[in-house]
Each structure stands twice: as structure tokens, then as C-alpha cells.
Design a protein around this ligand. Structure first.
Ligand code: GAR
Length: 187
């Protein structure tokens, strides 16, 4: 049984989609949702699906035991970052080798790195007159958005698209692909 812990800081549309996707799966289960944002929508969504939640601070994450002990309590075997904005510390990467996945709302290696999240990404994409954007699902390593790429999907950007329009297209790709890509790497 693969036991997934989802880390998220935002509204949680990806987290909820993953929870739904695996809800009837006998081999894969979302066991915990963790957030560094006490008021984030993801916590409400998790509670609606009766998934336990855990709130922590940046310091808790960087300190070696607090968050890790909770993951151990829930016997989590895979971590999925679904709109999580803090850097994952090295001890965590070493504790979950090749088992931490992130989704990024652009075609890495472009538009990645510190500060590149959510609307910042879509605004930069439009300002640079890109004709395509998309999603990247990748393993997490010690550098922001630099782990090995597992999957990418693209969308076209029209001449008059605003950052909000790009967001809508990228979100559709995320909801369509993220759960099945997670499933595809489960042994
Ligand atoms: C998603 O678009 C995800 O790709 C992005 O945050 C959004 C979260 O939306 N992640 C990053 O920008 C990470 N650098 P959600 O809370 O509705 O799932």
C-alpha cells in the first residue's frame, strides 16, 4: 500500500483532485494533508474528505523531527507537493528518496526557482510573450524546481491571453494529469 502525504499551501484544488482520484483505490491512499498556512482552503477540502490534517511552521519543517515524526505516525511512504511553497529540507529528501513529487505550473526549466509560483509564473510567461506554457511534474531534490522531470504537458497561449487565462489553461492540465502521473510512478 502506498500511503501519500500531500503538502499544500493554497486553495487545494490539486490536493482534492488527488484525494478523489485515489478514494476507491485499494493500493494507494491519501493518509494526511499538511499545510504551513492555517487558513488555506486545502485544509477545509481535506476535512470534507475526512483526511487528517497537520499545520506546521517553516521552522517546524526545517527542524528535523516535528514534521517527520508526523509523517512516520501516519506511515507515509510518498510525499506529493500540490501547490506547496516552502523549500523541502535535505533531511526530508534523504528520508524519502525518489518519493517526493512536485507539480509546477510552467514548462521547467523555464520559469522555475525561488519566487516562481502561482500567478508570478503566469505573469512572467505572458510578459515574455511565450506561445506555450504547461505543467511539469518532477521529483524534488535540494534545489527549487530542479529535480528529474517525470512528465510535462503543454497548452497554447493566444496573443491576447492574460495571466488569468494562462492560469485557467494550466489548471485544466494539472487536474487532468497529476493524479495519473502519480499513479504511474507507484511501483
Ligand atoms: C498550482 O497551480 C501549482 O502548480 C502551483 O500552485 C498551484 C496550487 O493550486 N505550484 C507552484 O507554483 C509551485 N511552485 P491549488 O492550491 O489550487 O492546487
Amino acid at each position: 500500500m502506498t500511503r501519500i502525504a500531500i503538502f499544500a499551501s493554497g486553495s487545494g484544488s490539486n490536493a482534492e483532485n488527488i484525494i478523489r482520484y485515489f478514494s476507491d483505490n485499494k493500493n494507494v491512499k491519501v493518509v494526511l494533508v499538511l499545510s504551513n498556512q492555517p487558513c488555506s482552503g486545502v485544509l477545509i477540502r481535506a476535512q470534507l474528505h475526512k483526511i487528517p490534517t497537520f499545520i506546521f511552521t517553516k521552522d517546524d519543517l526545517n527542524e528535523r523531527t516535528k514534521v517527520h515524526d508526523v509523517l512516520k505516525d501516519y506511515n507515509a511512504s510518498m510525499i506529493v507537493l500540490a501547490g506547496f511553497l516552502l523549500k523541502i529540507p535535505l533531511y526530508m529528501i534523504e528520508a524519502y528518496p525518489n518519493s517526493i513529487l512536485n507539480i509546477h505550473p510552467a514548462l521547467l526549466p523555464k520559469y522555475g526557482g525561488k519566487g516562481m509560483y502561482g500567478m508570478n509564473v503566469h505573469t512572467a510567461v505572458v510578459e515574455n510573450n511565450e506561445q506555450k506554457s504547461g505543467i511539469t511534474i518532477h521529483y524534488v531534490n535540494e534545489n527549487y524546481d530542479e529535480g528529474a522531470i517525470i512528465f510535462q504537458a503543454t497548452c497554447d497561449i493566444d496573443e491576447h491571453d492574460l495571466p488569468e487565462d494562462v492560469k485557467t489553461k494550466v489548471q485544466a492540465l494539472e487536474l487532468h494529469h497529476f493524479p495519473s502521473v502519480i499513479e504511474s510512478i507507484i511501483p
